[in-house]
Structure formats: C-alpha cells, structure tokens
Design a protein around this ligand. Sequence first.
Ligand code: C5P
Length: 230
Amino acid sequence: SGPLVIALDGPSGSGKSSVSRQVASRLGLAYLDTGAMYRAATWWCVRNEVDLADQSAVAALVAAMPLDIGVDPAGPTVHVDGVDIAEAIRDSTISTAVSAVATNLDVRAELRRRQREIIDVERTAGFSGGSGVVAEGRDITTVVAPDADVRVLLTASEEARLARRSLDVHGDADASSVEATRDQVVRRDRDDSTVSQFLVAADGVVTVDSSDLDFEQTVQAVLEVVERSG
Ligand code: C5P
C-alpha cells in the first residue's frame, strides 16, 4: 500500500483532535492539526496588536507569519518566530477570537496553501518515511484535500460536545461549566460555518457519530472506515 492521506473534519467538541492523533499514531502516519494553524495565526495577530476586523492588515500579517508546525503524532508542536505557543493557543482568549481570523478569506487561502504543502511533503517524504498523514480540521474533506484516500466527518450531538469540551476546559461537566463552554462550542461553530461546511457530510465523506461512543470505540470506528476504503 502506498502513502495514505486521511482527511477528518468535525465541529468543536467532536473529539476530532484526539481521535485523529491516535489514528495517526496507530497507523504510523503524520498528524496535521489545521486548527492549531488558525489558532497560531490568531495568536500572531494579537501579539502584533492588529485590529482583527482589519481584514487586509490581518491577511498581510498572516502571509508573513513564520509558523513551524510539527506533525509527529507523539508530540505535535507549534512555534511562531521560534516561540513555543502550543499552550498559549489553547487559551480562551484565542478560542474566542479565532473565528474572526478564520473567516478572513485571504487568511484561509494562505493557510490552505501551507496545509497542502505539508500534506504533500508527508505524502512523499514525511517524518515517518513518506507513509502519509491524518489532517484534521473544518474544511479538509471538502477544500484542502478533497482527493484524500479516506474522508471522515466526525460528529456528535451538541449535548455530548458541550460535555466533552467542558471536561477539557473546566475539569467537570456540571451545569455552570457546560454553560461557560457554550460560547466556545455553539457560537464558534455557527461563526465557522459561515465559511466552511462541516455540520453535514459532503458527497463521498463518511460520517462517524461519536455521541454514544467512548474514545477507543471512536478510534476503532475511524480505523474501520480506513480499512473498508483500502
Ligand atoms: O479545531 P480547533 O478548535 O482547534 O480550531 C480552531 C478554529 O480554527 C476553529 O474554530 C475555526 O475557526 C478554525 N479552523 C478553520 N478551518 C480549519 C480548522 C480550524 O477555520 N480547517
């Protein structure tokens, strides 16, 4: 079997990052977190004190962003201008601001170009010998890599997604923690949906609904899609 490109999209709280990373790890593939690239772009804009509503200033900054994204699933890394920002980009200030940057169409064109470049490198001469990549985000199955060997949309009910994100961020899923997470899940998905279509599977994309699956069962479900398409 040749190099394998797996594209996986989904809304926030669907578990797509941890599931993609685990699938990549088990199959010996690279792991590309495209959300981390949009988060890095947002961090870079905030750090340079640009008004996020100033579309052309934001686009110019992102075009020149010295981003280095590491794709080893054992420890993905994110550096901008040599600064390790893996933790900083998970901050709630970034989660709240990221949609404003991700809905900038010039930013999307620039990051899409970089994402395709990384996928091409992993397809041919990747970190694990050119065996391929699992690329994860909002528009990978539809726009970035519509020609991927395997395309999966990972969904989950709003209730399940809120509970998961709440556990991640607050360490519990009681009523007030879930409410505090609502903006970062529901509002963000609504804003993101204005530029990417990730709530319904596009033609040829296989839906995996993880609402009633635990982590391992979800990983298995994705691996089964990969096997079926091989
Ligand atoms: O997946 P994650 O929550 O880290 O993504 C952060 C943000 O990056 C999303 O809310 C969305 O605005 C943006 N994004 C995107 N296209 C992608 C991946 C992420 O617009 N392919």
